[in-house]
Design a protein around this ligand. Structure first.
Ligand SMILES: Cc1cc2nc3c(=O)[nH]c(=O)nc-3n(C[C@H](O)[C@H](O)[C@H](O)COP(=O)(O)O)c2cc1C
Length: 195
């Protein structure tokens, strides 16, 4: 059984509608460690050694967050800046993340149709997430297609529950190695896997 570390970041969790539902119960799934970074570090004073130890103990690293200014909330950037050190995460001796899987789970306010050249947001979500993908590559991790929960401003409760079910199945599939990673190679988003 693979071990999954979910690093969750939402700076305005009290106001959350969608992520609040998505994360409920995640900590009860066997093999999953759920870590709310803003709760652990309200002052953003990240303990690098603690984070590195946790990462070393897991096989699959998940960044779960709302899309904020076409990226992640600030604490996940801080986490990358401090935790992914030379000689640990990258560089000739930095192999701690080698062969781990990296997954992003992200809610977006705008609908998915706006994320294209002709659309309001001009670029695809995958294009905008390129720094995460290349960071994973540099650290010798395998970047999986991100799972997107789009259009949160207009989303229905039923749609949120469907995404929640897909998210859980995705975690269980990865944990139990029931998902053939080769099936994902041509997928832009994990969502396509569930269709
Ligand atoms: C500061 C800020 C920046 C945001 N930036 C984006 C963005 O770049 N693209 C987008 O689609 N939605 C953006 N949103 C909308 C959030 O992604 C959306 O409200 C969130 O995913 C909803 O999840 P929640 O109900 O758990 O808060 C932004 C929201 C805030 C407050």
């Amino acid at each position: 059984m693979k071990k999954i570390l979910i690093l969750f970041a939402h700076p305005a969790y009290q106001k959350s509608r969608v992520n609040k539902v998505l994360i409920k119960g995640l900590q009860d799934i066997e093999g999953v460690t759920f870590r709310d970074l803003y709760q652990v570090y309200p002052e953003m004073d990240i303990e690098v050694k603690d984070e590195q130890k946790l990462v070393e103990e897991h096989d699959i690293i998940v960044f779960h967050h709302p899309f904020y200014w076409y990226s992640s909330p600030a604490i996940l950037k801080e986490w990358q800046d401090l935790v992914l050190t030379h000689g640990w995460a990258y560089g000739s001796q930095g192999n701690s993340l080698k062969d781990k899987l990296f997954l992003q789970v992200m809610t977006t306010g705008a609908g998915q149709e706006t994320y294209c050249q002709q659309g309001h947001n001009k670029m695809t979500i995958r294009q905008l997430l390129a720094p995460f993908e290349q960071t994973a590559n540099l650290c010798q991790m395998r970047y999986l297609p991100p799972m997107i929960i789009p259009g949160t401003y207009a989303i229905t409760k039923e749609e949120v529950m469907k995404h929640k079910e897909n998210y859980k199945n995705l975690l269980l599939g990865l944990r139990d190695e029931k998902i053939n990673l080769d099936d994902l190679v041509n997928k832009q988003y994990f969502n396509e896997y569930f269709k």
